[in-house]
Design a protein around this ligand. Sequence first.
Ligand code: SAM
Ligand code: DTB
Ligand code: SF4
Length: 325
Amino acid sequence: MTATATPLTTVSAAPPALRWTTEALVALFELPFNDLLFRAQQVHRQNHEANAIQLSTLLSIKTGGCSEDCGYCSQSAHHGEVEREALLEVDEVIAAAQAAKDKGATRFCMGAAWRGPKDKDLDRVTDMIEAVKALGLETCVTLGMLKQGQAERLKAAGLDYYNHNLDTAPEFYGQVITTHAQSDRFDTLGQVRDAGLKVCCGGIVGMGETRRARAALLAELANMSPPPESVPINQLVPMPGTPLENAPPLDPFEFVRTIAVARISMPGSMVRLSAGRQEMSDELQALCFLAGANSIFYGDKLLTAGNPEADRDEALFARLGLAAA
Ligand code: SAM
Ligand code: DTB
Ligand code: SF4
């Protein structure tokens, strides 16, 4: 196949939006590895500092017992095996955020195992956001699907980013999640945008999806108008007890290709090398940075899964001449 990968331009009110077809992104995936990485590096350097990495630290503020049946998630009541924990106290969150700041993180991301928050839950979450913001950190929350008015409440509390992933291609979504539809995710993303929040939206690879499905997910993300400011690319962490516990591992080069295609199709976005880093070698992570990843989750825990120790990341950054941004 010839690998032209030129985006289509839609006819609409100015400015014209760039649209990527799944086929164009499949063509990028099919380039020789070196050609793909060269293109990704060019786009990366035209749009970002070449050696800067943004650091976000995660905290699970409410763990387990979620009503949804996402096949990858340890926190689903349908199959998850993690110990449930009620919503944390604001003081516990402040302590964790201060520790993250002291280690060098610039953004603090709070995640809750909810289908969506109740208005009453948001009272405490907005207190958390105000307190974390007051420490001088950027704030991000991921709370599930939002109801009318909730995004505005989060914005008023000082929230910078809302994370809500599309997770996988539309054609694969129903094989992984049955308790909500991808269209529900778009509804929430629309509310987040309308409230003036920045969008963090990405997905998971390594769930047994095809290359075309990976390209279709990236096309959905790249065609959002505007594209998400932050795009987390998670490699499936196979969690015990979940339906995807035994998913066959993805070829590491295919993961690097996914990062490169995300970089090329979303030039201005921060692309985050997200879950799965603990299982990756330093060399594989270096290839991901070369492919255009310029953000990571930093700190020894994701939500329930492990993540590399800060010391290991600092040593890797020093060896690669990368600087925290
Ligand atoms: N409940 C909210 C939701 O689903 O949006 C927020 C928390 S949920 C755990 C946040 C994201 O974590 C999911 O959208 C998914 O992309 C990612 N995730 C969850 N489990 C994962 C796993 N085992 N491996 C990789 N990513 C995972
Ligand atoms: C995202 O895309 N990845 C993060 C964050 N957004 C909330 C979560 C990864 C979760 C990995 C599995 C776990 O820790 O349970
Ligand atoms: Fe619940 Fe989010 Fe896990 Fe799905 S990914 S089961 S919505 S916590």
